[in-house]
Design a protein around this ligand. Structure first.
Ligand code: GDP
Ligand code: ZN
Length: 303
């Protein structure tokens, strides 16, 4: 066997500055190993698939290359730079509840970020013990997003959620207090306290709280999580692409008279016609206008 035969495909489950934790698969039982990268220019993030090999005489593995990403979960940092939180997310779960009160624009903005990544997305109406699912959630269902009602208190919907998440690399997003941590805990069974392959006592371990972590639970659920993932503010969207973030609007836009229609005041706009006829939800249309406006502002501040 040559040196090159021993490189294996592994997934990054955590990053600690220049060190990483790798797992051979998303199987709960797959062993986790510590690693460092070959060269400073290699910058794997949690969720990346990499090629790595064990270093002779060491416990560390060496990451040799990062495979092309399916997508990136990115936010814009305080200096306006794009920061990648995680890679290869396949399901964005937007959690809403009656308390705190839903902010539908925030939900629409997350769904738009998912459409553009692209990643599948679903809505969880949590705390179903406290309030009935509102019409806005039914609208999401009508647009085609899977909707699940859950309650940590009654355990309603947790099995259905686990089912939806099989084979996916999921993230939970939403306002603080809607129950994201509680849901992850409920899904994890007793797996959440799994210890890290890299001691959090060492210097680099101090980065643990910010970086995302990929958790493989015994029941086939994979969650990529961190405080920064849970309340991430989506990165700037090129203004012309905002409509792609609203799937029913993007669909109608094919029938607008102008290919570059912004669906504001143009004649023969199929989106506005859809809003008037009721086939496009007016609240979603207003979210689209607001998100387009927000991104035009952000873009003009930046350049
Ligand atoms: P996060 O900020 O989104 O992670 O929310 P948490 O998981 O910390 O939950 C916020 C609060 O809501 C906690 O006090 C939870 O106990 C409570 N909570 C979470 N899920 C439910 C639920 O389904 N029903 C009720 N009644 N309370 C819940
Ligand atoms: Zn239009």
């Amino acid at each position: 066997m040559t040196k090159f035969d021993s490189a294996r495909s592994m997934r990054v489950t955590a990053t600690f500055g220049a060190r990483f934790e790798l797992c051979e698969s998303d199987d709960h039982a797959a062993p986790v190993v510590p690693a460092r990268a070959k060269g400073k220019r290699l910058r794997p993030v949690t969720g990346d698939w990499v090629l790595a090999r064990p270093l002779p005489g060491e416990t560390d593995w060496q990451v040799e290359s990062v495979k092309t990403r399916e997508n990136e979960l990115a936010r814009t940092d305080s200096r306006g730079r794009r920061e990648i939180l995680a890679a290869n997310v396949t399901l964005m779960i937007v959690v809403v509840s009656s308390r705190p009160q839903p902010d539908w624009f925030v939900a629409d903005r997350y769904l738009a970020a998912a459409e553009l990544m692209p990643s599948r997305a679903a809505i969880v109406w949590n705390k179903s013990d406290l309030g009935e699912m509102p019409d806005a959630v039914r609208t999401y269902q009508a647009i085609g997003y899977p909707v699940i009602e859950t309650s940590i208190v009654s355990a309603a919907g947790i099995d259905a959620l686990r089912e939806l998440m099989q084979g996916e690399s999921s993230i939970f997003v939403g306002l603080s207090g809607v129950g994201k941590s509680s849901l992850i805990n409920a899904l994890s069974g007793s797996d959440l306290q799994k210890t890290s392959a890299i001691s959090s006592a060492n210097d680099e371990g101090r980065h643990t709280t910010v970086a995302a972590r990929l958790l493989n639970f015994r029941n086939g659920v994979t969650v990529i999580d961190s405080p920064g993932v849970r309340d991430f503010a989506p990165a700037l969207i090129e203004p012309a692409r905002v409509a792609q973030g609203f799937r029913e609007i993007a669909e109608a836009a094919d029938h607008c008279r102008f290919a570059d229609c912004t669906h504001r005041a143009e004649p023969n706009c199929a989106v506005k016609a859809g809003v008037e006829s009721g086939s496009i939800d007016e609240r979603r249309y207003r979210s689209y206008l607001r998100l387009a406006q927000l991104n035009r502002q952000l873009a003009s501040q930046r350049f």
